[in-house]
Design a protein around this ligand. Structure first.
Ligand SMILES: Nc1nc2c(c(=O)[nH]1)N[C@H]1C(S)=C(S)[C@@H](COP(=O)(O)O)O[C@H]1N2
Ligand SMILES: [Mo]
Length: 238
């Protein structure tokens, strides 16, 4: 169900939201200053919308960021805070996440705007494993994700988060997640459109209700199942 209650299919409002990405593309100079990814800056300079900017060596991935610039987090200064309705609120280092049982998934990446990267590997910690360690309280119903870009957010229901194909990912294609892809750590919500896979993940708060994420305020479905959401309800359900 859509938050604004219009029931309108994804269309004009989302497209208008996407055009807002122009600001992010134009501001890619911030990346250059940060020394983060000069190639990325040059791509987005030729394409101010950023919408057709292919990531370097990205096998078809496109770069998305709703933030004008993103602070860099090294492997050693990275932290992931897990709090809210849990028994043991915990802040994890990357080393601690990597010490937990890893899960590797190979799936097709699907952006809601149409591009797709087939058969791509993500490795990380299952959200379910992390939730088991911190202990979820009985009244918990959902998770809110925050990002160190200071802007983006996402959500999952607790049932969705406990699926075995929901990861806190620190590797893509068996290599560390690059800064442009949301490293050191991003969410990987395999069965959902890629906007669910929040980059630059910094916080997970367990809540008693779903708080819709960034794009969901612009009309994307909160439940983002590939092929079954965002106006594609007539698509096959498997
Ligand atoms: N923090 C953050 N995460 C984000 C986004 C964003 O703008 N900011 N965009 C989302 C969208 S719409 C997509 S398609 C993917 C793109 O990931 P990529 O840049 O690694 O291709 O990231 C998702 N996660
Ligand atoms: Mo996307």
């Amino acid at each position: 169900m859509r938050k604004d209650g219009t029931g309108a299919p994804v269309g004009r409002r989302v497209v208008l939201g996407m055009l807002g990405l122009g600001a992010a593309g134009v501001a890619a100079g911030g990346y250059l200053q940060n020394g983060l990814d000069g190639f990325l800056a040059s791509v987005t300079a030729k394409d101010p919308t950023g919408l057709s900017g292919l990531l370097p060596g990205g096998q078809g991935f496109r770069f998305y960021s709703v933030a004008a610039s993103v602070p860099h987090r090294s492997d050693t200064d990275y932290r992931l805070t897990v709090d809210g309705l849990v028994d043991r609120p915990t802040t994890y280092t990357l080393a601690q996440l990597k010490a937990m049982r890893p899960t590797r998934l190979v799936r097709d990446v699907q952006c809601v705007t149409g591009w797709r990267v087939p058969h791509y590997a993500f490795t990380g910690v299952r959200l379910a494993d992390l939730l088991a360690v911190v202990g979820v309280r009985p009244e918990a119903k959902a998770l809110s994700f925050t990002c160190f870009d200071g802007v983006y957010s996402e959500s999952l229901t607790l049932d969705q988060a406990r699926r075995p194909d929901m990861l806190i990912a620190y590797e893509m294609d068996d290599k560390p997640v690059t800064a442009a892809h949301g490293g050191p750590v991003r969410l990987y919500a395999a069965p959902m459109y890629f906007y669910k896979s929040a980059k630059w993940l910094s916080g997970i708060t367990v809540t008693d209700h779903v708080q819709p994420g960034y794009w969901e305020h612009y009309g994307y479905d909160v439940d983002a199942w590939v092929g079954r959401s965002n106006g594609r309800d007539d698509a096959p359900t498997s």
